[in-house]
Design a protein around this ligand. Sequence first.
Ligand code: ZN
Length: 321
Amino acid sequence: MSDTDGRIRLIILGGYLGSGKTTWLRHQLHDGQFQGALVIVNEAAETAIDDALLGGSDRLAVLAGGCVCCAAKHDLIDLLRRIADDRSRAVSTDSPLDLIVLETSGLADPGAIVEAIRSDPVLVYHIVVSEVIVAVDGLHGMSQLRSEPLSRHQIEVADQLIVTKTDAVEQNELTLLLATLTAMSPGAVMSGAVKGVSHSLPEFNDAIAETLQDFAGQELKAPISPTRLYLDDSIDWTAFTVWLSALLYARGNDIVRVKGVIRTPAGRLLLQTVRKIVQSPEILPEQGDTREDNIVVMIGRGFTHAQLTKSLQHFVGSQGV
Ligand SMILES: [Zn+2]
């Protein structure tokens, strides 16, 4: 686990309507995962949640009556600010809150929530979005990808994909979905679940990802793919982040994720972005697997490794790559 500088980690759990995210979360909680977490459930509708549904969590908050990625964004920010404030003031340090799990509505774009939290001038000091988990309906996921832009947005920002209902779908349909998800979100860790219980996924190396059409019937500009940038030990961290910010400003719609660990004089820093937002970096422990240090993975479309390398070298001078 990474050191989050005392900030509260926040995991966003998203997924399209009916994708099975509540079932999955309930099972995780009953199984003892996310211990001590505050669970925030967002219901876009005005309906009250069934408390028993998430009975495994000792702390539960409900935000009903609007989706927190859009209409109710301020309600979420207000709630998180209150949580951060309460925690700062707490006298007792018996069990300080260090984890929040936010279950979004099925119509939420997790990327928009990440942007809202990371760009809030107060929350940035108190809360770090540590992971975006997205549930994908094994049965209907492929047709949602074909017809719903939102379902694609959800998958593009995922760190972890949970493919649900894998027992209810034919093998060749499932492998097509898995290959297509991998092509869309190559950096995401993927696993299967049936009724919330972890379930192994079939081998899908031979399956060919479907080329998704855009909604005017044209092929998408280019598929999303990962590019690895190898940084020199002498990289100037400040110059690198300025370069990255400028790049995201210009090309943020094409660069959907950036993730990597960079060694700096201040320590090992975990760098992450979602769309145009660079998260304030987390300091990682010196121990652990350092083989991937100074490698930054950039996931997106419409650029090549050579273009990125050239742009970075031009910006930071001869040092760097
Ligand atoms: Zn929304």
